[in-house]
Design a binder for this molecule. Structure first.
Ligand code: CR6
Length: 829
């Protein structure tokens, strides 16, 4: 039943939109057509948001053929495919990105000009879908861009949360969380797939009197798909991001309905509607909530069912699954995909356990994104027994198989077995999801070299002894399409000019050629102008949105990321206050003016992080209004950090703050985006900073602070913050000022606890070396020739940090996937 009428087939290859490429005239007609016939709006009444929707439909049309033909190629050549499972995709705005990837920006710009409108203003109407918390979700988005651009057969699977990351407002210096209504204006970018639905079951009982045991679930929810097109740079290929939503119409409590209790079956319906409602606003902290577990199972159950259905379209046997399919687990959140696939293979396809297990081990791979113990998911055995009895049963069997067939034969003792068991014993028995991921996967990787090494020597040391060849590293990367071409068009033109074309966009190592130009004064100046223009643009935004005036000639010192104690925003604050004191002590010295720019969200339940936001705002208010500092310091906390704000801020940064405690930031990815945009890094030997140092050279980066080994020694010797405070009078002054209310006179003890806690992340130990490194920054900035030379060297050596390189590593080392070849591409008529 898969025939295509000939007439429709022809349309698929001769659609005159793509061949030849549309000009402004055709684009304008298409936009107006969409406005009238799809949206039903008279052009004379259209708002900018209406125009955006019309334009998005017009742009979507232009990638739809590629999207459909990509699927056809994959089917025709039976391309082995990677399925990337992630609870988060922080895609950012789609419209401008799609125009740039398809080389249509000019045509759309011209079309809007003819309509008397401005494309840049229209693009600003787009909601920024924030279906992720931070680095992990944005990494997934960069990876999708690279997968498409490299023509890798790939599907992203996630959840279409009704409410993404909350909208942050700052009221009286405090974070206020408001719902993010990203779907309010419609979502022209996604195709609804009402027919693509899979039932997801929960609860009930397990009847073990049969083999395989029979799971009789209590509830069933339908997962329904929405597909978002992920266009490759250069057109031709487009992959899907498939996002699941709960079909609320047919949520049903089968058990109570069968018992005739219609009312309580409705009650379950109400409760379950929330499954795809909200993204958990947490970053590096685990949530032990039942709804979270349900969300995770909802994602993997729908996705695994879909993966199998797709496989069976190509092959008539389930046995070929491992040749056809690679499933990647983005952190532990989707790890239930392992018992879910086992369940389907055993219960629905009657495969013996050993055979199903062997298949899983070929199919799954897993990325670890943190060593912080609070972020390693564990679910209580009791809760899992309630919600997913069959899966718990399978996990027990996996654990038994692992201990009896893998661990014991190697002669390990009971203590070792207790440590590696998937089930953590104790008052509350728990399922260790990371252990399950490691045991089931053929490859486990960390996200930067130092992180992968620490992963093997600490968190997974026991497993590394069992499976030494299983562990590997893939250093993170970022896409130059979004982080230069979309975010910083002036820099893109600069690179085009000096690198002889735009080849760098898909081959970032070409930036290397800049190395021979770094001493050229004209080129330094030209880059300084690019930087200045971005700073002016940001200054205008800050003036308009926050009514704060900043000087674009000052040094822009930027820290933007989730607010977390380990990222040490409060150490940044210590330096700001220290500098403030120095200026007041010595007002006539030749100070380098600086603007400190911070942004980021705190998880709603994370008090210390919220206090930090408030402290930054209190200090900003105080210092910005102190006449005596004469604009030598300005402090700005920009509310509601998002991908689109990052696109505005990163190009404008002179200095990138990457100051986490060594050993705590697995990789970081904004560090790469900043350096790629010609900012210099001040940072610790943590995460990818270490590799950035290796690539740009010690003279072009400001490294400070204790190493991982020194940090561990301090911990081991019983770290005492007062060893540092009491021995550094300037530090003691800063701590006392903040703790005693110098910046919160209306409530003097507001920050007492924040300053006098146990300083888990050793801010005080690194303070002095941080302040010294900051002095080096000032010194270099006063020598523009040296500064811009260093900035150019940074850019020139960032080729390695393209997400294209990361994805090539994954394809080769982990997934064994071949891209669509030149020959397999459809030929344009
Ligand atoms: N918080 C790491 O902390 C890393 C990203 C992407 C993080 C960060 O250093 O760059 O993942 N970890 O690999 C988690 O989310 C668990 C992050 O974004």
């Amino acid at each position: 039943a898969k025939t295509t009428p000939t007439a429709a087939k022809n349309l698929l290859t001769t659609y005159d939109y793509i061949n030849p490429k549309p000009d402004a005239e055709l684009v304008r007609k298409s936009i107006v057509y969409k406005l009238i016939f799809i949206l039903g709006i008279d052009p004379k009444d259209a708002t900018p948001a209406d125009w955006l929707n019309a334009a998005m439909f017009a742009a979507r049309d232009l990638s739809t053929e590629n999207f459909l033909s990509t699927r056809q190629i994959h089917e025709k050549f039976k391309k082995r495919t990677v399925y990337y499972l992630s609870m988060e995709f922080l895609m950012g705005r789609a419209f401008t990105n799609s125009l740039i990837n398809q080389d249509l920006y000019g045509a759309f710009e011209q079309a809007f000009k003819e309509l008397g409108l401005n494309l840049a203003d229209i693009s600003e109407q787009e909601a920024d879908p924030a279906l992720g918390n931070g680095g992990l979700g944005r990494l997934a988005a960069c990876f999708l861009d690279s997968l498409a651009t490299l023509r890798v057969p790939a599907v992203g699977y996630g959840i279409r949360y009704q409410y993404g990351m909350f909208k942050q407002e700052i009221v009286d210096g405090k974070q206020i969380e408001k719902p993010d209504l990203w779907l309010d204006n419609g979502m022209a970018w996604q195709f609804a797939r009402p027919a693509k639905r899979f039932p997801v079951s929960f609860g009930g009982t397990l009847d073990t009197s049969h083999y395989p045991p029979r799971w009789k679930p209590a509830e069933q929810i339908n997962a329904v798909a929405y597909d978002e097109i992920v266009p490759a740079f250069g057109g031709q290929i487009a992959n899907p991001l498939r996002l699941w939503t709960a079909h609320t119409g047919d949520l049903f409590n089968l058990a109570s309905f069968n018992e005739g209790d219609y009312f309580s079956s409705m009650e379950a319906q109400m409760k379950n509607e929330t499954i795809a409602n909200v993204l958990y606003p947490n970053d590096a902290t685990a949530v032990g909530r039942e709804l979270r577990l349900k969300q995770e199972y909802f994602l993997v159950s729908a996705s695994v069912q879909d993966i199998i259905a797709r496989h069976l379209c190509r092959y008539d046997s389930i046995h070929t699954l491992p040749e056809d399919v690679a499933i990647h687990l983005n952190d532990t959140h989707p790890v239930l995909a392992i018992p879910e696939l086992m369940r389907i293979l055993i219960d629905d396809y009657y495969l013996p356990f050993d055979q199903a297990w062997a298949m899983c081990q070929k199919i799954f791979s897993y990325t670890n994104h943190t060593l912080m113990s609070e972020a390693l998911e564990k679910w209580s055995v009791d809760m899992m027994a309630q919600l997913l009895p069959r899966h718990l049963d399978i996990i027990y069997k996996i654990n038994h198989h692992f201990i009896e067939n893998v661990v014991r034969p190697q002669g390990y003792d009971d203590d070792f077995i207790r440590r590696v068991s998937i089930i953590e014993e104790g008052e509350q028995r728990q399922v260790r999801m990371a252990w399950l991921a490691v045991i089931a996967s053929h490859k486990v990787n960390g996200v930067a070299k130092i992180h992968s090494d620490l992963m093997v020597s600490s968190l997974f040391a026991d497993f590394a002894a069992l499976f030494p060849e299983r562990f590997t590293n893939v250093t993170n990367g970022v896409t130059p399409r979004r982080w230069i071409a979309v975010a910083n068009p002036k820099l893109a033109r600069f690179l085009d000019k000096h690198l002889g074309g735009s080849g760098w966009l898909t081959d970032l190592n070409q930036l290397n050629q800049l190395n021979k130009l770094v001493d050229n004064k004209d080129i330094q100046n030209e880059f300084a102008n690019v930087k200045h223009a971005a700073k002016v643009r940001l200054a205008e935004y800050i003036q308009r949105e926050m009514n704060i005036t900043i000087n674009p000639n000052a040094l822009f010192d930027v820290q933007i990321k989730r607010i977390h104690a380990y990222k040490r925003q409060s150490m940044n604050v210590l330096h700001i206050v220290h500098r403030y004191n120095q200026i007041l002590n010595n007002p006539n010295a030749d100070w380098q003016p600086r603007v400190f720019i911070l942004a980021g969200k705190a998880a709603s339940s994370y008090n210390e992080a919220k206090q930090t936001i408030r402290l930054i705002n209190d200090i900003a208010y105080f210092i910005n209004h102190d006449e005596r500092v004469r604009d030598l310091i300005k402090v700005v906390f920009i509310p509601n950090y998002s991908v689109s704000l990052a696109e505005l801020i990163i190009p404008a940064a002179d200095l990138s703050e990457q100051i986490s405690l060594a050993g705590k930031e697995a990789s970081g990815t904004s560090n790469m985006k900043f350096a790629l945009n010609g900012a210099l890094t001040i940072g610790t030997l943590d995460g990818a900073n270490v590799e950035i140092l290796q690539h740009v050279g010690a003279e072009n980066i400001f490294i400070f602070g204790n190493t991982v080994e020194q940090v561990q020694t301090l911990y081991r010797n019983g770290y005492n913050p007062y060893d540092f405070i009491d021995n550094d009078p300037e530090l003691a002054q800063v701590v006392n000022q903040i703790a005693q209310g110098a910046f919160s006179p209306d409530e003097p003890h507001r920050y007492h606890k924040l300053m006098h806690n146990r300083d888990e992340f050793q801010r005080y130990a690194d303070f002095r070396s941080y302040v010294n490194a900051q002095a080096q920054v000032d010194k270099l900035y006063r020598q523009p020739e040296k500064w811009y030379r260093a900035a150019l060297v940074n850019m020139a050596n960032m080729g390695y940090f393209s997400s294209d390189r990361s994805i090539e590593d994954y394809c080769r080392e982990i997934w064994r996937i071949e891209p669509v070849s030149e020959q397999e591409l459809p030929r344009l008529a």
